[in-house]
Design a protein around this ligand. Structure first.
Ligand code: TRP
Length: 344
């Protein structure tokens, strides 16, 4: 049976946190046997907002890759792709730009939120973010795209682009489907959404001591003053964490009973949570440190995945050129030579 094709990715914004781990990385790792997977390092997408700090990107990629591999992304079974190293991503994005109106893109919720939140004059690049994402997906003719809920409007745009292209030029692209993971969203230590830039994340690379410190400072039930007050379990991130990271269900059940009855204090509970979390993360952290200490190996992984993907990307772009009435690129593929005639 033909394996269905999956493409998903992250912007390399730095090390991954435990929200990424349980929300996405663990489910990505589980998809690799049944599907042909492409995992994209979307470095061009980083530049749509953060183009003024070029010095950070390389280290962010190294951190993200170490975390991906530690979480079980397996470069033997999957293809890890560096977006900026395959020019076809940008080329297809340009061509897809012809099929999407400005008005449509201005209605995308992530776009509206970002210009409000960052209080910036939107660039062409930011407006085109979902067009580039559609190109990422359709370049490999992916059928399924595992993403968080906030990304669904982008998948919708990729579907519309695919439909429109197929209508105009004949059947070419699949209709990609968004796949939501059923892992619950993990709140940050302040109970807002966990976010790299909010200062509320626990990172996979954090030491056990840092983790314990963060857990001890975690938001709990604000209505509870004394350890003997009955506490609230729902909406309390300490229990969200216990539910996910504590493999002993009975233990968690008992804590909930005791907490509601005012028989256990927040400090004792957090101490135990820190232990549980550190235990859960220990093997992963060991692997991540090992990977992080081998930057050459990480670059090799990225290089070999990208080289493999490039062939497929080239095939699709050829097809698109031809269907859109452009000369196939290969006709004019020439050796790149210096004007003096010497090979570069
Ligand atoms: N926009 C995605 C995010 O911020 C990252 C991304 C870029 C992506 N290209 C993609 C995700 C293609 C899925 C498919 O999380």
């Amino acid at each position: 049976m033909d394996k269905s094709k999956i493409l998903t990715g992250h912007r390399p914004t730095g090390p991954r946190h435990i929200g990424h781990l349980v929300g996405t990385l663990e489910s990505w790792a589980g998809l690799q046997d049944e599907h042909k997977c492409f995992f994209l390092v979307a470095d061009l997408h980083v530049l749509t907002t953060d183009y003024a700090h070029p010095g950070r990107i390389q280290d962010n990629i190294r951190n993200m890759l170490a975390d991906w591999l530690a979480a079980g992304i397996d470069p033997q079974r999957s293809t890890i792709v560096l977006q900026s190293s395959i020019p076809e991503h940008a080329q297809l994005s340009l061509l897809f730009g012809m099929l999407n109106t400005v008005a449509r893109l201005e209605r995308i919720p992530t776009y509206k939120e970002q210009i409000k939140e960052l209080n910036l004059q939107p660039s062409v690049g930011l407006l085109g973010y979902p067009v580039l994402q559609a190109a990422d997906i359709l370049l490999y003719k992916a059928d399924k795209v595992p993403v968080g809920e906030d990304q669904l409007p982008h998948i919708e745009l990729a579907r519309e682009t695919s439909r429109r292209f197929n209508q105009l030029y004949g059947d070419t692209f699949p209709l990609p489907q968004g796949m939501l993971s059923n892992a619950p969203r993990l709140p940050g230590i302040d109970n807002r959404t966990m976010h790299t830039s909010y200062g509320n994340a626990i990172f996979l690379r954090d030491t056990p001591e840092e983790t314990t410190r963060k857990v001890m400072g975690m938001y709990t039930d604000p209505t509870r003053i004394h350890a003997t007050d009955p506490g609230h379990v729902e909406g309390n991130p300490v229990f969200d964490y216990f539910d996910i990271f504590c493999l002993d269900r009975e233990e968690v059940k008992q804590y909930k009973i005791d907490y509601r009855a005012g028989r256990i204090g927040d400090v004792a509970l957090k101490r135990r949570l820190a232990e549980v979390l550190n235990q859960y993360l220990a093997p992963l952290r060991e692997r991540r440190a090992e990977f992080y200490s081998q930057p050459r190996m990480l670059m090799d992984v990225l290089y070999s995945g990208t080289a493999r993907a490039r062939y497929e990307a080239g095939q699709t772009l050829e097809e698109v050129h031809e269907k859109m009435g452009l000369l196939p690129g290969q006709v004019f593929t020439m050796q790149v030579t210096h004007p003096s005639g010497a090979f570069c």
